[in-house]
Design a protein around this ligand. Structure first.
Ligand SMILES: Nc1ncnc2c1ncn2[C@@H]1O[C@H](COP(=O)(O)OP(=O)(O)OP(=O)(O)O)[C@@H](O)[C@H]1O
Ligand SMILES: [Mg+2]
Length: 317
């Protein structure tokens, strides 16, 4: 069976996901992909902590110079006259894992929701794959937004359907309507692609299980596989590990980071756990009252800067 890695590599540009814009520069060869270097690595969840941090620094140094896959500029949003996003800038490059931190109500979810069309911005711009989506309408807008997939804390799987059916649902947006009505009509090629996506998240052996029979961590990985089946090049994860135990949280974070680093996706995750953010992010972004308070590599962001996010009156309690 073809793996998702194989699918990506079989489409001309070895580093580009299927929806990458034409002409996107290929990423430089990664260590394991360089000629003469054996392609062997343990599954992401088996990496030791030090290795994870080392890889993060390596990746930051190797990011390709091209338009970010996701770029938000000057995003503004108000609800009932109350400003929630006050000129937010956020860029996530191919192969990059960004973690957004911020107190409850600071606007993190709203910013992500504006990217996928779950909220309508009042101002600013959102670019996906180097293309501004503000002026795009109709089917083109739907196609443009499909470049980004959202993964939620409340996982949103169809509980009575199999893991594989749930993953294949990621492709519904590009299927003819008749094929979308019932999973029995999912084309064979799609089911194979869904299996490859499940394999990528380490759950091929649970394909036939109902979603409701999987653990929270497994369900979240199925949701991530669904995003892969959507062929999204940008993954937005809103508190993806909030309901998971520490081991499952590590596994999901390692998976998301591996998708950024190994599959060359752009990943933005919202977290409420600064230590986890430091461990897995290439870059941290702090949101305070709808504005970006800081952005930088984990080693460039101080503990005091992070603590200040959670002391909204301007001083620590
Ligand atoms: N649909 C809506 N209608 C009215 N107000 C909203 C709506 N969505 C969000 N808000 C408000 O916008 C502000 C920011 O909400 P948002 O969900 O983006 O915060 P957040 O940073 O994700 O917080 P949390 O960490 O609690 O998830 C909050 O005050 C919230 O009440
Ligand atoms: Mg939120």
């Amino acid at each position: 069976m073809e793996s998702s890695k194989t699918r990506v590599e079989s489409e001309g540009n070895p580093a580009a996901p299927p929806d990458a814009p034409e002409g996107a520069a290929p990423a430089p060869p990664r260590g394991a992909d360089a000629p003469g270097v054996p392609r062997r690595k343990p599954p992401p969840h088996l990496w030791r902590e030090g290795e994870v941090e080392e890889r993060s620094r390596e990746r930051a140094a190797r990011l390709p110079r091209e338009a970010p896959l996701l770029e938000i500029r000057g995003l503004r949003k108000a609800f009932d006259g109350r400003t929630v996003l006050d000129g937010v800038d956020l860029a996530v490059g191919r192969g990059e894992m960004v973690v957004v931190l911020g107190a409850n109500g600071s606007g993190k979810s709203t910013a992500l929701r504006c990217v996928v069309g779950l909220a309508e911005p009042d101002g600013g711009s959102v670019m996906l794959g180097g293309r501004e989506i503000g002026g795009v309408r109709g089917a083109q807008l739907v196609a443009a937004r499909r470049q980004a997939a959202m993964v939620f804390q409340q996982i949103h799987l169809v509980r009575r359907r199999s893991a594989l059916d749930n993953v294949c649902c990621g492709a519904l947006g590009r299927l003819p309507l008749a094929r979308s009505v019932t999973p029995a009509l999912f084309p064979r090629g799609l089911r194979e692609e869904g299996m490859a996506c499940l394999d990528r998240v380490g759950l091929a052996d649970r394909a036939a299980d109902r979603a409701s029979r999987l653990s929270g961590g497994q369900q979240q990985r199925v949701a991530i596989a669904r995003a892969l089946c959507q062929r999204a090049s940008v993954i937005l994860a809103d508190e993806p590990v909030a309901a998971l135990d520490p081991a499952a949280a590590d596994q999901v974070m390692a998976l998301l980071r591996s998708l950024a680093h190994d599959e060359q996706l752009a990943v933005a995750a919202v977290l409420h756990q600064p230590p986890l953010a430091r461990r897995y992010a290439d870059r941290l972004v702090g949101l305070l009252d709808g504005r970006v308070a800081f952005t930088g590599a984990p080693e460039e962001v101080s503990t005091a800067q992070i603590e200040a996010l959670y002391a909204p009156e301007g001083g620590l309690l």
